[in-house]
Design a protein around this ligand. Sequence first.
Ligand SMILES: Cc1cc2nc3c(=O)[nH]c(=O)nc-3n(C[C@H](O)[C@H](O)[C@H](O)COP(=O)(O)OP(=O)(O)OC[C@H]3O[C@@H](n4cnc5c(N)ncnc54)[C@H](O)[C@@H]3O)c2cc1C
Length: 803
Amino acid sequence: MRSTARVVVVGGGVVGASVLYHLAKAGWTEAMLIERDELTCGSTWHAAGGMHTVNGDPNVARLQQYTINLYREIERISGQSCGVHLTGGLMLAGTRERLDWLKMAQARGRYLGMELEMLTVEEAARRFPLLDKRHFVGAMFDPVEGHVDPYGVTHAYAKSAQIAGAEVVRHTRVLDLKPRTDGTWDVITDHGNVHAEHVVNAGGLWAREVGRMVGLELPILAMEHQYLITEEVPQIAGLPEQLHCIDFEGELYLREERGGMLLGTYERAGMPWSPAETPWDFAQSLLPNDLDRIAPSLEVAFEHFPALGEVGVRKVVNGPFTFAPDGNPLVGPVKGLRNFWVACGVMAGFSQGGGVGLALSQWMVNGDPGSDIWAMDVARYGDWATLAYTNAKVRENYSRRFRIRFPNEELPAGRPLRTTPIYDRLTAAHAVFGEYCGLEHPLWFAPSAAGAQEDVTFHRSNAHAHVAEECRAVRERVGLLETSNYGKIEISGPGAGEWLSRMMANRVPPVGRIALTPMLNDRGKLIGDFTMCRLAADRVLLIGTLAAESYYLRWFERHLPPSGVSVRACAMEYVGLSVAGPEARGLLQSLVRADLSNSAFPFLTFRRVDIGMIPALVGRISFTGELGYEIWVSPDYQRALYELLVDAGAGRGLKPFGARALNCMRIEKGFGNWAREFRPIYGPYEAGLGRFVTLEKGDFVGRSAAIEERSRGGEMRLVSFAVNAADADAIGDEPVWHDGRVVGWVTSGAYGHRTGRSLALGYVPAAVAAAGAGFEIEIIGERRPAERLAACAYDPSGARMRS
Ligand SMILES: Cc1cc2nc3c(=O)[nH]c(=O)nc-3n(C[C@H](O)[C@H](O)[C@H](O)COP(=O)(O)OP(=O)(O)OC[C@H]3O[C@@H](n4cnc5c(N)ncnc54)[C@H](O)[C@@H]3O)c2cc1C
């Protein structure tokens, strides 16, 4: 074992081996992988090895495609077979809703270049003769599905990395990780120490324990998972290898294994394994079988696939593997730690391992993951994702693995966790809540407690009419919205203004003013969008996305000067209420001494104002497109503020509104959202944010790339569409067709109640964007005519919010 390395990868499962391979391939050949036992001894060795490209997040789906295509490459380099069986796969639908879900997955696959095919039940039964047609209504076929040999894949990665110069050390346990002041690490093992510039935690089942070595509590939990392999099934003898098959309603997956069938299930009563601490003496081990736990799923299996009930069981496997609360991997550098990276929580190592290795290696070598991996970024979780929260959410996610998550569906586990002081007031007003970063926030308001529940559906729900009323109140009178779920970061110190000017694409506003700004990375891509509120010469409050707080802080940390600037997350120190609508000024003016007239308090003003007895920060800004004010107070004042506004608003027809109405209204205005319209794959001009990029102010991060984007015009354009929809609106990720070809994708959609039109925002190639006609948006399998709007659908001049 070398005593120095550029990087030490802790863990020799499929993920660690992939990371090592990709680092070596990218030129970091002084990379070393340390494995405490044999390669694959954690969760990798007993995996069923299934792989597929379909994923709810298109960017993760792309990395899954990459992973599957990589196997030929590592086989060629290493000479080690990966045991690839590319059989193709069937996804079976047992209900109309599932069929709709499959149609939506097929549509999304179109712009990802996936050739997914919808099948009738008859056709599905022809291709997969074990199924009983009576239980199904249709199916989807994916040619890029199959299974691999977990041992072969892991060793092929490791050998390919070794051929490139990397080192693999086995039977050596990393006991501790000690940072040096220069950001490098002493890796303490039971066979001596290694001094490494970087450390990657690919500890799989022990990733939590490796994280704890550096004071990190990663939101990961291992769940027990069982599959069984049957004796030979006579009905498939002599046939070509059976397809992979997912039976969603049965919550089962199947594939052929040596003439028998491998049958796995994600049972509802899933069982966490080692919820607090993973034992170190667990290696190449399995857990005791518990067929009783999966008996209900087996009964369904024998009904849906009767031949399986007629043969014996050859083998049962019960093994643990890890999940993050949302089931996606945790990848990337960790805020607060220098040169420490994670690649863990990978629950589908054979679909995702290659993509995880690629993204992480690019991030380490080039400073950027090279693609949009927000869905896998470790920074999407904050302090609220504790061990117990993770436990509740992972169990929920596991039990729902094969269930539909409707676009308007809120899941109950681990709630309520974070609430604001007016939670009970909003409950009394019949709010239907959503959860975001563990925080409850109102989605819409029902007329009665009994009605405060939303039907989950791909179509317009029972909320539709109530959301329409909320939008009407905002357009005609005044609405009241809780805005506490925005992220807030305070930048202070004598160097705050100058530093922020370098970090942001727009000019930092003068004291008392607001400026909207994109934040760009070195490649000129969008990595944030903020409202900058200048409180004082040396203090700026950034208002942005709560879920991206750690993501922003990690970026700021990397760029902070040694002194003169402090950065502090302060999301819940400021809770918020916003009033919006033509009566908003009158309402607020009745409660304050300050002059709120348009000349004294114009659009984009930000000031300390006393509202009644309450000290508040008030910003004149609008996400609804109407005259609006955002009011920020410390939590101890929020109840008083709420009551004051509700009392004073009673005579003006004030109505509370929630996130659903806000979403409709911001789409009518063409206003983008982080993680939907604004992501690191788009430049500011593509995203319609060019007016907030001030090239002439001097240098800032991403400026030269932004200049280039402006001169070339960018590849894609964010545009607004009015869709000829029926009873279902676009929600996001639908393909956009033009002249019979898929040219782009939808990022958000909703019914615009103020405009009376179904609307969508989406990206299309710049050359196509100029066309007004010929567009279609595919909603639940139907191509609906769509008009590309020349400007946003509502008040394009912005007169209503500025007057
Ligand atoms: C029953 C079952 C079926 C599955 N089926 C599939 C499937 O069909 N398809 C699919 O894609 N996935 C499947 N999986 C999931 C798959 O196994 C995981 O996604 C994958 O194994 C994760 O790999 P990993 O490298 O992250 O973790 P692990 O395999 O757990 O590897 C982590 C490694 O790190 C080492 N390590 C940890 N700490 C230290 C330390 N301090 N010092 C040195 N070494 C250390 C461990 O010894 C271990 O070898 C299945 C899992 C189970 C249990």
